[in-house]
Write a protein that binds this ligand. Sequence first.
Ligand SMILES: CC1=C(CCC(=O)O)c2cc3nc(cc4[nH]c(cc5[nH]c(cc1n2)c(C)c5CCC(=O)O)c(CCC(=O)O)c4C)C(CCC(=O)O)=C3C
Ligand SMILES: [Fe+2]
Length: 390
Amino acid sequence: MSVAGLSDPGGRIGCMSDLRDPAPYDALLLLSFGGPEGPDDVVPFLANVTRGRGIPEERLREVGKHYFLFGGVSPINGQNRALLDALRKDFAEHGLDLPVHWGNRNWAPYLTDTLREMVRAGHRRIAVLATSAYASYSGCRQYRENLAEALSVLAAEGLPVPRVDKLRHYFNHPGFVEPMTEGVLAALAGLPEELGAGAHLAFTTHSIPTAAADTSGPEEAHGEGGAYVAQHLDVARVIVEAVRERTGVEHPWQLVYQSRSGAPHIPWLEPDICDHLEAVHDEGAPAVVMVPIGFVSDHMEVLYDLDTEAAAKAAELGLPVRRSPTVGADPRFAAAVRELVLERSAAERGRAVERCAIGALGPAHDLCPAGCCPARTPKPAAAGADSPYA
Ligand SMILES: CC1=C(CCC(=O)O)c2cc3nc(cc4[nH]c(cc5[nH]c(cc1n2)c(C)c5CCC(=O)O)c(CCC(=O)O)c4C)C(CCC(=O)O)=C3C
Ligand SMILES: [Fe+2]
């Protein structure tokens, strides 16, 4: 069943607030991308991200320019540490006794090392929260492939193989969306009054190849843009409507893309944020608020691609822009994670659960069906119906 989030002035957002029992889970794993923490980390980090594709070091240094501009430090690890603290605090305050660990796909602490420690500490049934809210190969199945790889290493080492369950996509959880809505309202209020009312909202997310978008989500969601585009449009509509309710203004808006990479002849989702800024400027938009709904924290894709590159484009056009924040370690997001854990725990125990979701799409599946967000070259993926693991 899908119900609207209940939000009171104290900031509590709840659907399953009566639940406390995390069984059958004995731990939560925060699974993220990882990022470099100094100049010497940048090239090895990029080699990890692009592993198996034989990209020469020279090219990696070029790609690493964004990181070198910031002293070789991505903010993403610090942001995950802050999220870990927020989760532990929220769990403790709500009587949820569940240890929280952290592992990354591409940098230390590495997923495999974290899982090994968790198994040695006795954990056998692990809920997994990925720092990616939407469907897609890059945002979902690739994390599941990395989980399968890590489990295969543990098995080869003769260690027990834990069961890992990835929590559902939370793009439409009110604890993810409401802090972003508030951020948009604050960004609009930060514009000079005569510009704010007519400002355009540019909702941004990571561009991916159109072929990956079209096959994102379960098979029934396939079609142009697939679940990836549909989910982002749903979140954008919810925010536009919430802003209209609060301000009386329905701002013109569009879903646009950023951070494209890959060969130019392969089609990726468009338009790019910079082209979009130019287009709306030509149409006479007085100002733009960039809303990075595709990301969970203000990491390098946000700091470079929006705050540096797109901001420079806007300055060149003389177009006033603001950028609203991502959820990061917002306590409402931490509360949402607790609810996702408790909801899934109850479901695994066979209880009927209320799944908190706003927008038109309803709550996403617990278990990715076979063929969900397929890879170009099939690999084993854990935590889905087609997982080779229990
Ligand atoms: C959908 C999506 C998300 C959102 C979901 C999620 O968060 O998972 C995301 C997040 C991120 N992407 C990140 C960094 C990178 N992504 C790359 C490359 C790519 N991303 C892709 C997609 C996504 N990416 C794709 C289709 C590619 C090309 C193919 C490939 O290489 O797989 C490359 C390689 C160099 C380049 O091609 O530019 C880098 C360095 C960082 C870390 C930022 C930091 O350090 O603060 C984060 C959070
Ligand atoms: Fe990426």
